[in-house]
Design a protein around this ligand. Structure first.
Ligand SMILES: Cc1cc2nc3c(=O)[nH]c(=O)nc-3n(C[C@H](O)[C@H](O)[C@H](O)COP(=O)(O)OP(=O)(O)OC[C@H]3O[C@@H](n4cnc5c(N)ncnc54)[C@H](O)[C@@H]3O)c2cc1C
Length: 402
């Protein structure tokens, strides 16, 4: 049976980052990555729409943790040891420059995830890390000081075992049998399906908005994108992450309230509209967009308030002004189902965080067993934070193992 100092199961972001850092720390270690698929790093390849959103330009640990609906408390310590600045430096030392987009997302300057994959592959070769594909882990145990692993195509022994198998239920089931608690998995980072006349012809329009889920204590704000299927954009994706569990329990059927004029109340907007009635009295209401809204969004709000296309501001009665202020600040939409957000999605759920030592990412139940990445009950909103979790966990586990 082949012996290794470290075996890492899972050839994804967390697995590769762990292996490379461990080998860098101690070049004498014999390290093996076992991957069930034919290829490694498949999620990295498709990540960020093929551009790989490596991390996010947030440099304060206390702020960074706020992006993690699950893992906020636990990642605080680890981020003090390895976070965004370290990630940028790590890739920089390996010749990969990252750039920051306006919203804080960071990508390789090449705009290609292949840059990251090529870097990891090159590093594995340089550091003599063995990568074996087509090995799906089936069983593992630690009868004495060493871990014994069985895959569909072989058996291995290791002093240290890292499980970086993402959200594979089979591995969670095996861990449950070994005494670990697993928080049930539900999807996170999805868009909302809505069929509604008011947004039917508005696909492609984006506007800042405040969104809240009615009857739940969940709200967010930011750009909202209207799509052919409903709504997407940061404001919606954040809600899908923070409400992952609640929205699953509602079977993705619920109502949201949208304020297209963030920061303003219905009463405040009613006063503004009353003033417009006098100052714009001779103009057609629908003709010119007001309040900095995109024109078609303004027009859709006007028609939803039962204001005719040929109505002038002076024609509006009190009821119409009230309706318009309501549409603009508290429009209710019904959600019926969800769709996948193609640029990034994750699973909420995984190994219960109480059972992990976050100084080392080692299991508190089993010695020399480590975890990193999505296998843990940690996930973030969209923007590069999910990879940052994988890098941070991998880095600290590698330090402990080597
Ligand atoms: C389409 C998409 C785009 C994304 N884009 C971004 C982005 O731009 N930025 C960002 O921060 N996050 C992004 N994410 C999220 C990010 O990809 C994940 O958080 C991250 O990949 C988790 O890394 P991981 O190594 O824990 O798991 P994974 O990347 O899922 O890797 C796990 C690996 O383990 C292997 N494996 C599983 N079970 C076994 C087994 N029994 N034996 C052997 N091998 C096994 C799997 O085949 C897989 O290769 C995206 C996700 C998706 C789906």
């Amino acid at each position: 049976m082949d012996f290794y100092d470290i075996i890492i199961v899972g050839g994804g972001a967390a697995g590769f980052f762990t292996a490379i850092n461990a080998a860098e720390n101690n070049p004498d270690l014999k390290i093996l990555i076992l991957e069930r698929g034919k290829e490694v790093l498949t999620k990295v390849r498709v990540s960020g729409g093929g551009r790989c959103n490596v991390t996010h330009a947030e440099f304060i640990p206390a702020e960074l943790v706020k992006k993690y609906p699950r893992g906020e408390k636990e990642l605080r310590g680890p981020f003090h040891k390895f976070m965004t600045g370290d990630t940028i430096a790590w890739f920089g030392e390996r010749g990969i420059e990252l750039k920051t987009e306006e919203d804080g997302r960071m990508f390789p300057v090449t705009d290609s995830s292949h840059t990251i994959i090529d870097c990891f592959t090159r590093e594995c070769k340089r550091l003599n890390i063995k990568v074996q594909t087509g090995h799906s882990l089936k069983k593992f145990k630690r009868p004495d000081d060493l871990w014994v692993l069985e895959t569909n195509s072989g058996s291995f022994q290791a002093r240290n075992l890292m499980l970086a198998t993402g959200s594979n239920t089979k591995i969670w089931n095996l861990l449950e049998k070994m005494g670990h608690s697993i928080v049930p998995a539900v999807p996170s980072l999805f868009t909302f399906n809505i069929k509604d006349e008011r947004i039917k012809d508005l696909a492609g329009i984006a506007s800042d908005a405040e969104v809240k889920i009615l009857n739940e204590n969940l709200e967010s704000s930011g750009p909202l994108l209207i799509t052919h299927w409903g709504m997407s954009g940061p404001a919606i994706l954040k809600l899908s992450a923070w409400g992952a569990r609640e929205l699953n329990e509602l079977n993705y059927n619920f109502k949201i309230g949208v304020n297209w004029l963030p920061g303003y109340s219905e009463m405040e907007i009613l006063e503004v509209l009353k003033e417009m009635k006098f100052s714009n009295s001779k103009q057609l209401v629908a003709k010119r967009a007001q309040l900095d809204l995109p024109k078609r969004l303004w027009q859709s709000n006007v028609s939803a308030s039962k204001i005719k296309p040929d109505s002038k501001w002076a024609d509006l009665n009190k009821e119409q002004l009230i309706q318009l202020s309501q549409q603009l600040t508290s429009a209710v939409f019904e959600i019926k189902g969800k769709s996948t957000f193609k640029e990034e999605f994750v699973t909420a759920g995984g190994i219960d965080l109480k059972e992990v030592d976050f100084k080392t990412f080692e299991s508190k139940l089993h010695k020399n067993l480590y975890f990193a990445g999505e296998i843990l009950d940690i996930d973030a909103i969209t923007g590069g934070f999910n990879f940052q979790n994988a890098w941070t966990g991998g880095f600290l586990a590698a330090k402990a193992m080597s």
